[in-house]
Every structure is written in structure tokens, then in C-alpha cells.
Design a protein around this ligand. Structure first.
Ligand code: FCB
Length: 495
């Protein structure tokens, strides 16, 4: 179902899990600042402690090893590495990532590093942040520090995460850091400067990495998929996936076309018209860098049908349609059509850099977290990804979001996305049933997905009162088979 060497992984980001916000010379980020603003975050919660991963990373890497992860995507906190965002490198901050990388490699887990997952140093913001074109140089300086330090052991690099989200929510409607509500021309400038950040970082990695780098990025994959899979309907969905309807930044190709094709999309330029900042044409040579993979963060999708004049039309989900606790529609087909449409347009291998769901997970009376919904969700999505792979889309990896419950931005701690449950009062970690199930998917390189009801057959831990059932690591570092699957109905023909 999946090619050999497939990167089975899970992801996280620095501000969402690390905590330790004043430890070892870390400076404020725009998220620390937003968390202090009254009413900005659910329950006035903050990332100050989060999962305390900064101090508990060894335990967390051990859990990843028990799941058998082959790869772990995490981000580096810019405000930990470059003091005051000024170019002065904070040795203690960098040393943390050194230790983390070593621990991962010792556990047989490939580190995949994201350079920017939203926690911009507050000082960089105070100097204009994304509205100041110098940010590309500041980001390049920070990238030099990270690449010089870690690229002897790390070769998977992701420049930036989800520009669509940090522009729309951070600079448009103010719900995310830095909490601004700017005009469309200003948002266009911020979006352009973040593309320059991406380009400069890719140049730095390519030219300085000690191990041959594989470079990608992790934009939002907004997927509009055909309700009916006929050629005309597929065409309508493809058009919708890459078309401009409104003046906003929830676009795949406003970011994808410059980064991969070297120009902004024509219909977007027409729509934005005189709102566009003056662009130096040489910027496009910086923004368009050779990439080794196209990362996609895909959680949901929109159903499309072809309207009477051939134009795409959204088919609303009916009342009561399945959603997660984020109220995102459960749309497994997005993991087929998203990769396929993006591969056809950009011709780059695809990596699913995020996919997962938030649910109502708690440690139940038997000490376990029975998250059958997450198993079913992930299984359905992965079967669609397998379909894309067997239809010829070169899919190279899948990163479940998230490895552990964490600080979900403006939603605080109320949304739980993890394979590992976190009790925030005690910092106790508990592997959820989905973690055991995912271990089996990884161990079988996806074959386990053919079992139609694995989530009904999760073995209870034998030890009385055990809250974290044991999976002994095998010699190869991958988790031992834990789940007894009594049924093999559908095996081999589920695709
Ligand atoms: C994505 C973010 C990630 C997490 C998930 C649920 O938009 O990249 O940090 O919040 O959504």
C-alpha cells in the first residue's frame, strides 16, 4: 500500500509543547504576547508550561520509540535560538535541539525540522515583523545558526508552516498572534515577505547543509474534492481547489505558485488589483527554490459538484454530518484528492505533514484512553492516501498531528489532537489506543489498514491498574505488536 522507506511519523510544534518559556535564555514570542492579552485565548490559557517537553523530551522520545515512529516532525523556537532576534546566537537554546536530535537518532527516529511554526520573536515583530522586508534576512540569519548546528545529523527540512493560517488569522482577523487586523494591501505585503522567508531559508539549507538536504514546506492543503468521480466533476473540483473566489489568503496557489512556479496566479492578481504591493521581479528568483517535496497539512475538505454552466459549486454537508470537536468535517477523500491535485500541478513528491483530529479524550476508568474515533478517522484517511499512492502519486510520508495533546493556539488546551494523552496537572503521559493501533500500522507498513475493525480489538493491559500499557521496544527500535486483530475481514481487498 505504501512504498518502502515511507516516513511514518507524527508532528508537533515548539510553542505548543515545549513550555519553559523563560528557561535558558528564551525570549518572548508573539504567542507569549498574545496569551497575555485578555480574552485572546480560551480560558486565558498559555503555552508557558504546555507539555513541559523542554524538560521531558527524553520521556517523550521514549514514547515515540514505543509507538515505533520512523520520523518526528518538530519545530525550532526562533526566540530560543537567536537572542532578541538580533543575530546573537543563544548557545543554550540551540543545545536543547542538539540533545533532542541525538535522542531521536538514538531511538531510530528521523528528525524532520520545521524552521518556522508561528512563534516569531516578539522583538522581530516590534521591528515590523512580516511587514518589514528585512525579516527575510533575519530569518536567514537564524536559519544559518540552526543549519550549521544540526545539519550534520538532520537532512529533512521544512521552511515554514501554513502561511495561509498565520496571514489570515494573525494579520487578517486577529485571532492568532500577533493579533492584528490589517488591510488587504498590508496582508499582501506580509504574505509576500513570508514567501521571501521561505525562499531565503531554502537557499541557506541548500547551500550550507552538511548532509544532503531534503527540503520542503508545510502549507495548508485546502481540498475541494469531487462528490462524483467522473472526468468533468474532477475537473470542476480541481478548478475550485486552485481558483480565487474572494479576497482572502485561504488559497493553495497564492503561496504555491510563487514558491514552485515562480509567479503569482493570474486570477488572484486580477482580483487583488491595485491592492498588490510593488514587487521587485528579482524577488521571484528568491521565492522560487528547488524543493524536494511538497508538504500538505490536510484535515478536512469541501465537496464540489459541477454547476449548470460547468462552474464548480460547493455542496454543503448535510446537518449532522460527522465532524471532530473542532467542528471540521470528516472528509477522508481529501487525503486522496489533495495529494493528487497538488502533485499534478506542482510535480513534486508529496508528504502529508499534518493530518489528525481533535476529540473528547480522557483517561477512562480502566486507565486507558479508548479513542476509537481517532483510529477510525485515521484509518479512513490513510486508506485514501494509499489509493493516491497506488494511482501513481508519489507519497513519501505521513505525519499524524499530533504526537501528544498540546496547546491548540486560541483554543487553549480544550482540543486534544494527540496519540499520547497529557494530564496537564501532573504531566502524566498515557498512550491512547490510537497510538497502539498506529504502531501496528507502522510495523506493517500500512497493511494493518486492511483490517476493517481493528479498533474494536485493542487488547486491554494485563497489569491491574496500569494506565500506560506496555509495548516493549523490539531490537530494531520499532514497537512490538500489541494489538491482537481477531478479524482479518477485508484484508488484501480493502483497496
Ligand atoms: C494546524 C497547525 C497545527 C495545529 C493543527 C491542529 O493548522 O499547523 O499547529 O494547530 O492545525
Amino acid at each position: 500500500m505504501f512504498p518502502a522507506g515511507f516516513a511514518w511519523g507524527a508532528g508537533s510544534s515548539s510553542y505548543q509543547i515545549e513550555g519553559a518559556v523563560t528557561q535558558d535564555g528564551r525570549q518572548d514570542s508573539i504567542w507569549d504576547a498574545l496569551c497575555r492579552r485578555s480574552g485572546a485565548i480560551h480560558g486565558a490559557e498559555t503555552g508557558a508550561v504546555a507539555c513541559d517537553h523542554y524538560n521531558r523530551f527524553a520521556e517523550d522520545v521514549a514514547l515515540m520509540k514505543r509507538i515505533g515512529l520512523r520520523a518526528y516532525r518538530f519545530s525550532i523556537a526562533w526566540p530560543r535560538v537567536v537572542s532578541a532576534g538580533s543575530g546573537v546566537v543563544n548557545e543554550k537554546g540551540l543545545a536543547f535541539y542538539d540533545r533532542l536530535v541525538d535522542a531521536l537518532l538514538n531511538a531510530g527516529i528521523e528528525p524532520w525540522i520545521t524552521l518556522y511554526h508561528w512563534d516569531m520573536p516578539q522583538t522581530v515583530f516590534e521591528r515590523g515583523g512580516l511587514l518589514n522586508r528585512d525579516i527575510a534576512q533575519w530569518f536567514a540569519d537564524y536559519s544559518v545558526a540552526v543549519v550549521d548546528r544540526l545539519s550534520d545529523r538532520v537532512n529533512h527540512w521544512i521552511t515554514i508552516n501554513e502561511p495561509q493560517v498565520f496571514i489570515s488569522l494573525g494579520y487578517g482577523d486577529g485571532k492568532h498572534a500577533p493579533g492584528l487586523r490589517l488591510s488587504i494591501p498590508e496582508q499582501l505585503l506580509a504574505a509576500h515577505n513570508c514567501l521571501l522567508m521561505h525562499g531565503r531559508a531554502a537557499q541557506i539549507i541548500r547551500s550550507r547543509a552538511k548532509k544532503r538536504p531534503l527540503i520542503g514546506w508545510a502549507p495548508v492543503g485546502r481540498v475541494e474534492y469531487p462528490l462524483v468521480e467522473t472526468p468533468e466533476e474532477i475537473e470542476a473540483a480541481r478548478t475550485a481547489t486552485f481558483a480565487f473566489r474572494d479576497k482572502n489568503f485561504w488559497s493553495n496557489n497564492w503561496f504555491g505558485d510563487p514558491a514552485i512556479l515562480g509567479h503569482y496566479p493570474e486570477d488572484g492578481l486580477r482580483l487583488f488589483g491595485s491592492d498588490m504591493p510593488k514587487i521587485d521581479p528579482r524577488d521571484m528568483d528568491v521565492i522560487k527554490q528547488p524543493l524536494d517535496f511538497f508538504g500538505l497539512n490536510i484535515y478536512s475538505g469541501t465537496q464540489i459538484r459541477r454547476g449548470p454552466a460547468g462552474q464548480p459549486e460547493v455542496v454543503p454537508y448535510p446537518p449532522g454530518f460527522p465532524t471532530t470537536t473542532m467542528r471540521w468535517a470528516v472528509a477522508p477523500k481529501s487525503l486522496y484528492w489533495g495529494p493528487r491535485f497538488h502533485y499534478e500541478r506542482y510535480k513534486l513528491p508529496i508528504v502529508i505533514t499534518e493530518n489528525g483530529m481533535a476529540g473528547t479524550d480522557w483517561v477512562q476508568s480502566d486507565g486507558r484512553v479508548h479513542d476509537a474515533h481517532r483510529i477510525d478517522f485515521t484509518r479512513q484517511y490513510l486508506l485514501e492516501l494509499a489509493r493516491a499512492s497506488s494511482d501513481g502519486v508519489p507519497v513519501r510520508g505521513y505525519f499524524h498531528w499530533s504526537v501528544m495533546d498540546n496547546f491548540e493556539w486560541a483554543e487553549g488546551y480544550k482540543e486534544r489532537f494527540g496519540l499520547v494523552h497529557i494530564d496537564y496537572a501532573t504531566q502524566k503521559r498515557t498512550l491512547k489506543d490510537s497510538a497502539y493501533w498506529y504502531a501496528e500500522v507502522i510495523r506493517t507498513n500500512g497493511d494493518h489498514l486492511s483490517d476493517e475493525s481493528p479498533y474494536l480489538n485493542i487488547d486491554a493491559p494485563r497489569e491491574a491498574g496500569a494506565s500506560a500499557p506496555d509495548v516493549e521496544p523490539e531490537a530494531d527500535g520499532h514497537a512490538k505488536r500489541m494489538i491482537e486483530t481477531k478479524s482479518s475481514v477485508g484484508r488484501g481487498n480493502a483497496l
